[in-house]
Design a binder for this molecule. Structure first.
Ligand code: KG4
Ligand code: ZN
Length: 356
């Protein structure tokens, strides 16, 4: 059995987790998530400087609580991991310096983890998770990507959003409908009372220079603008804004776009397993639609456990343990942090000469 202590501070959740694996079985011993939602909601989104300061304030207590709850002593831990990219640099720095200091103090190996690899490792806590190769739809507040995951964590990005991420679109539309932050759960809640076929909103595509459209890529900013224009038009007519119907129609279109392009991509690449992870993967409409549509093509869908869709350190720990398993482990203590790194370059985090 291997045990990891993991730290996640890439955005607005301060999280520490102790996880272990025995062969293919992954277990969470503790997963403390201190959300800063309340601190940021009055600004309508994450304020990077405030988030970094909050991590600094909260991390020692979250760390102590995670160790206490796990009943595992830090001396028994095999590896200490933290998210090092992508994310808000001031925030990443807090988790990374804490992890590396603990590694030095307790003579433990350090593993810098790519946040998106963390999200896709959340699936390791679900029953019957698939063996590679499989296709992952990663839908969060910062990213919308289709990633082919191969043996030894070989990752290939097959599609992405050219503008807003799906979660970002949920947050922006939530804000313009006057809902609470973050918009995703607020839209999902109010959409339950609405008619999803009431409004016809656009399924935006990215044009291909050689003609036609890019089949596996996404664009959500046009959809957000379409909702804005719709609200403006209703306002101009002096009518009441049918918030539940707009929320339901918006949620349906986002889910349809994600499902259609993911299934097309899996089908074209001959991948018969789809994994769905990230904050937006908690969306019930998306979860149900993905399962029912993939079933028609005999593709199996694996959904991240709902409580592990949004940012948490358990998924970072799972990524570290699965790195340990393939022996592509141990980052240099010189490894810093970076706001960006494409997922297909995640292997560079374990090179002697780190990329940043
Ligand atoms: O993965 P995550 O915690 O953070 C990033 O790495 O970005 O995702 C947060 C995003 C937010 O945009 C939030 O609105 C969205 O996930 N989200 C949802 C739901 N729960 C969270 N979107 C739609 N439906 C939900 N139930
Ligand atoms: Zn995330």
């Amino acid at each position: 059995m291997h045990k990891a202590l993991a730290i996640e501070t890439s955005c607005d959740e301060t999280s520490v987790s102790i996880v272990s694996n025995s062969g293919d079985i992954y277990k969470i011993h503790s997963n403390i998530v201190a959300s800063q939602i309340e601190d940021h909601s009055k600004w309508g989104g994450v304020v990077p400087e405030l988030a970094a300061r909050k991590h600094l304030e909260l991390l020692p207590f979250v760390l102590e609580q995670a160790l206490e709850e796990s009943k595992i002593r830090i001396e028994e831990i095999d590896v200490i991991a933290s998210t090092v990219t992508p994310g808000l640099v001031g925030c990443l720095r807090v988790g990374s310096i804490t992890a590396r200091s603990l590694c030095t103090l307790y003579s433990k190996p350090f593993l810098g983890i790519h946040h998106l690899e963390g999200h896709l490792s959340s699936i390791l806590f679900s029953k019957n998770y698939p063996k590679p190769p499989f296709l992952t739809l990663l839908v969060s507040g910062g990213h919308t990507e289709l990633i082919k995951v191969g043996e030894r964590r070989k990752m290939q990005r097959l599609g992405r959003s050219y503008d807003d991420a799906a979660g970002e679109a949920f947050d922006k539309v939530g804000r313009l409908l006057g809902l609470s932050y973050p918009g995703g759960p607020a839209i999902a809640k109010i959409a339950k009372k609405g008619n999803a076929s009431k409004f016809n909103l656009p399924k935006c595509k990215i044009s291909n220079k050689e003609g036609g459209f890019l089949k596996y890529d996404f664009s959500f900013s046009g959809l957000k603008t379409a909702v804005l224009r719709l609200v403006e038009k209703i306002n101009l007519n002096g009518d009441e804004i049918p918030i539940p119907d707009i929320a339901a129609s918006f949620e349906r279109v986002v889910a349809e776009v994600l499902v259609e392009r993911t299934i097309k991509c899996a089908n074209d690449y001959g991948l018969d397993n789809i994994v769905v992870v990230g904050g937006v993967a908690a969306n019930d409409t998306l979860r149900k639609m993905m399962i029912s549509e993939a079933c028609k093509k005999s593709i199996k869908v694996h959904l991240a456990p709902i409580n592990l869709c949004t940012d948490n350190a358990a998924m970072i720990g799972a990524a570290a343990l699965s790195r340990l398993k393939i022996k592509a482990y141990e980052s240099s203590l010189k490894l810093g942090i970076s706001g960006r790194l494409p997922i297909d370059q995640a292997n560079t985090l374990y090179e002697k000469e780190p990329p940043f």
